[in-house]
Design a protein around this ligand. Structure first.
Ligand code: F3S
Length: 280
């Protein structure tokens, strides 16, 4: 059984930057992160052991303590509240998310109703919406558009991990119902590269293994892209989830990993796959 890893897989620039900065920061003492730093439970546990504590609410933190804003960013109201409380803010918002936030803000200032294409409950989308004005809306799928009451001047941005397919389908529908449409493609290159590499690899192998947090939007999307290629696809978080029967008839197995999946998790998966291949 041949095991092939996707050309582009695993940690992206924004996640690498966030993880390295957080590990550097704990050298000076405990720090708090608003929500898990990345959507990978295994790496979040490693961070916790080093002194990065995840909090869902920072109201009990004392002035002078450090609060990390993760790569997904937050609405401006959260920054204001943390500043009022006297916290030291370590802003690790990914620059590409920051760009989407700034486009949303500018569109709103120019009088457009802002549309964010993305997952309604995802923290990154919530952070962009916080910059987009009170009448901003989130659209997840093109089918939602016909029933919506929207303004005639629409400004569109994307969650950075969206697929071009979904983004362009929604933009096309909006084109039909608007008088003026301004679109900023804010999909991140790392996302596109990982999605294209996963699609290509899935087309060439018999089975795909996608490694990453089940709570990771970009990993889940990689898995759905591989399934769209018609290949049996297994989304796992850790090597122990691998089952030999997945590969009984497989000549080639493809492996990819989300932008928030650490190398050490991928290595463990590859080792387990290699031993499964040897013992067949
Ligand atoms: Fe940033 Fe793109 Fe990664 S938005 S966090 S570099 S997937």
């Amino acid at each position: 059984m041949e095991i092939i890893v996707a050309d582009k897989a695993g940690f992206c620039f924004g996640v690498t930057r966030a993880i390295n900065t957080a590990f550097d920061a704990v050298a000076a003492g405990k720090v708090y992160c608003l929500g898990p730093l990345i959507h990978n439970p295994q790496e979040v546990e490693r961070l916790r052991q080093a002194g990065v504590e995840t909090v869902e609410d920072f109201s009990s933190l004392k002035a002078g303590e450090t609060l990390i804003i993760r790569s997904h960013g937050v609405p401006p109201s959260i920054f204001e509240k943390a500043r009022e409380q006297g916290l030291k803010i370590m802003d690790l918002t990914c620059p590409f998310v920051g760009k989407a936030q700034r486009h949303a803000e500018a569109l709103h200032d120019e009088g457009y109703q802002v549309i964010v294409v993305g997952e309604k409950k995802h923290p990154e989308v919530q952070s962009i919406i916080g910059h987009a004005g009170a009448n901003a809306v989130v659209i997840e799928a093109a089918q939602e558009v016909p029933g919506m009451k929207l303004g005639s001047r629409l400004g569109v941005v994307a969650q950075t991990t969206q697929s071009y397919g979904n983004f362009s389908e929604i933009v096309l529908k909006l084109l039909r119902i608007s008088k003026e449409l301004k679109v900023h493609n804010t999909i991140c290159n790392s996302t596109t590269e990982r999605q294209n590499a996963a699609r290509l690899l899935a087309s060439e192998v018999d089975v795909m293994v996608v490694v990453g947090g089940r709570n990771s939007a970009n990993t889940t999307r990689l898995a759905s892209i591989c399934r769209q290629e018609g290949k049996p696809t297994h989304h796992i978080e850790v090597a122990d989830e691998i089952k030999r029967e997945w590969f009984l008839d497989a000549g080639k197995v493809g492996v990819t990993a989300g932008a928030s999946t650490p190398d050490w998790v991928v290595k463990e998966v590859l080792n387990k796959l290699k031993s499964a291949a040897i013992s067949r």
